[in-house]
Design a protein around this ligand. Structure first.
Ligand code: ATP
Ligand code: MG
Length: 417
């Protein structure tokens, strides 16, 4: 019997909660045996930032990245280990650097999804480049922002083409607000997008590899209250559609750790945001869903390493567009076919089989750990690091309640574990 050691690297910013949780779950789980009887041992370590020789051989099998979207030295290291060493990345900077929100809107519109109508307007302020004045004078066409807004119809959203964390997002109801938002955009490139008004539900899904959790989201509330614990907030057909679109977007762009946002009005599902290279997995945001996220991250990481799943840097756009371009298929039929491509990309069958036969212990390990004093200590420590002193007691009680309710639900339906 052979044994393989896998080093999992965590490239982290300020977060302590989920890395502690993930490391502990992997430790408690111990080695995993694959179908051929080979043993796989896992060690999780935080990646440090230092000079690297481009010909160095990394020790990692897989790296979970939370940093490259703003810190470029580690980003370039990730590119090197992806291109030269086939290290598995969640996520690859290649896909995220070029495929921001704008590219995702374009691709999903081409696939026929109900993305609200969107216009990209030129920069408000001059671009910082000596050639700008000449180029702009010669080629920039004057345009009537009011006319664009009226064509799209108020209310609208003006938001950065590559946005995140709600920065620079404004809801505009009239010409005055439109011009104020555009003036404020300065050097940022902005989309003007139709608003989906009067929606019934805001669905935010978190996908980790082949697993997707669709959650009810309330963006108007403070962060700790945004994810509602509500298992049947969508009609079943809309729930399935949200999950399918999430998997489609992720398979299309090779995003394996991502969140997607969709507004559901009646039976229509409108995707509005789905390129989050560093999705929120904070204990204080996900609360009830945090144990699932940690279990899924452990399962997907182990699956990728133990089965030797190869990272894919190339996209399969043609296969998706061939379906999109057919006139004989309805929207539902196309979604069904996209879903099959997504299943193929994420190897859902092999993954399900691997989880059932090799990783059955994960749920039990996570369940035991969430009930342990170590988990409670992490919860308290995270609350202390997140909220002002006067609010510690209140938030500790709040999150203990939510995690306690998760534990209760597992006890009520043990087969769900
Ligand atoms: N077309 C739209 N119709 C209705 N609401 C919208 C639309 N676009 C954006 N919003 C609202 O604005 C919020 C922020 O927009 P968006 O998600 O695109 O930006 P973001 O910067 O990526 O935000 P975050 O990082 O919080 O997801 C959304 O959560 C939603 O509440
Ligand atoms: Mg968003």
């Amino acid at each position: 019997m052979t044994s393989t050691d896998h080093l999992i690297g965590l490239l982290l910013g300020t977060e302590e909660d989920w890395p502690t949780a993930f490391t502990e779950i992997m430790r408690r789980l111990g080695p995993v045996t694959d179908g051929a009887g080979r043993t796989h041992a896992f060690d999780v370590k935080r990646v440090t930032i230092e000079p690297f020789d481009l010909r160095d051989k990394p020790r990692h099998s897989l790296v979970i990245d939370r940093l490259a979207y703003w810190y470029y030295h580690p980003r370039e290291w990730l590119k090197k280990i992806a291109l030269m060493d086939d290290v598995y990345l969640l996520n690859s900077p290649f896909t995220f650097q070029s495929m921001e929100k704008h590219a995702a809107y374009c691709a999903m519109m081409r696939l026929g999804l109900k993305v609200p109508d969107t216009v990209l307007v030129p920069f408000k302020h001059p671009v910082d480049n000596a050639r700008w004045a000449y180029t702009a004078a010669r080629y920039n066409r004057p345009f009537d922002l009011d006319e664009i807004a009226e064509r799209l119809r108020y209310p609208l959203f003006m938001k950065p083409y590559d946005g995140g964390a709600w920065v620079g997002v404004s809801r505009v109801r009239n010409s005055e607000e439109l011009h104020a938002a555009y003036d404020e955009s300065g050097g940022r490139l902005m989309h003007l997008q139709q608003s989906i008004e009067g929606y019934d539900a805001f669905a935010r899904s978190l996908s980790i590899g082949a697993e997707t959790m669709v959650m009810r989201f309330r963006p108007e509330l403070p962060m700790h209250d945004r994810y509602a614990v509500d298992h049947s907030f969508l009609p079943p057909a809309a729930g399935l559609e949200v999950a399918t679109i999430s998997r489609l977007v992720n398979a299309f762009f090779r995003w394996e750790f991502n969140s997607c946002e969709m507004l559901v009005r009646g039976l229509d599902v409108h995707p509005i945001d789905y390129a989050n290279a560093c999705p929120d997995v904070a204990l204080t945001s996900l609360h009830y869903y945090f144990p699932w996220a940690m279990a899924a991250l452990a399962r997907w990481t182990i699956f990728c390493c133990a089965t030797g799943r190869r990272p894919r840097l190339d996209l399969d756009t043609t296969r998706y567009f061939e379906i999109a371009d057919r006139d004989d298929l309805s929207y539902g039929e196309k979604l069904g076919l996209y879903g099959q491509l997504a299943d193929e990309y994420f190897e859902v069958e092999r993954y399900a089989d691997f989880c059932a036969s090799r990783l059955a212990a994960v749920d039990e390990v996570v369940y035991d750990w969430v009930r342990s004093p170590e988990f409670d200590a992490l919860l308290v420590q995270t609350v202390r690091a997140t909220y002002p002193a006067g609010e510690h007691d209140r938030f500790v009680a709040h999150f203990r309640g939510l995690l306690g309710s998760w534990v209760g639900d597992q006890e009520r339906s043990p087969t769900g574990r």
